[in-house]
Write a protein that binds this ligand. Sequence first.
Ligand SMILES: Cc1cc2nc3c(=O)[nH]c(=O)nc-3n(C[C@H](O)[C@H](O)[C@H](O)COP(=O)(O)O)c2cc1C
Length: 173
Amino acid sequence: MDVLEAIKKRRSIRSYLDTPVEQEKIDQILEAARLSPSAVNFQPWAFIVVKDPACKERLRSAYSRSWFAKAPVIIVTCATPDKAWKRSDGEEFWKIDAAIAHQNLILEATALGLGTCWIGAFDEAKAKEALGIPANVRVVAMTPLGYAAEHPTQASDRKSTEEIVHHDKWQNA
Ligand SMILES: Cc1cc2nc3c(=O)[nH]c(=O)nc-3n(C[C@H](O)[C@H](O)[C@H](O)COP(=O)(O)O)c2cc1C
């Protein structure tokens, strides 16, 4: 599957089968994250693969939708700001680095026939408490990972190319 095909195929999946995810596929998904680019190649990320039912249940305190913890795996993408590049104007890159890695793992999961859903609306303090994440580490994103029990057929709405692309300079509408 080429990259654009995976980008087109990926949808947010909010219903999962109990079928376990093969360890080989989890390893491949983590490899996609590991190989991601990052500012100055600082790689400030870490990934928590949550499979244990008790840990998944604890994580529900941070994001309580019923479908979330039903997936056989949850991947939690973290970043350590102290280990990330900071531009001279103070702009921090840890969130961007971790987001790139998270999207790469999501696309690899799609290519392997697995469902995911980027989760951002979680309670970070509760997620950190649930998984014993140190104070200096931030939780950037999570995703359930598993075989989809739903197959969205309606196209996901996107703005048109004309609405989002400028040529040569910013053009006011
Ligand atoms: C940064 C980010 C945060 C998101 N947070 C959530 C979330 O907390 N819960 C959820 O159900 N979906 C979440 N989504 C999924 C979006 O709702 C979804 O990507 C969007 O509606 C487009 O649908 P599609 O993914 O099926 O193409 C998030 C997506 C992104 C990129």
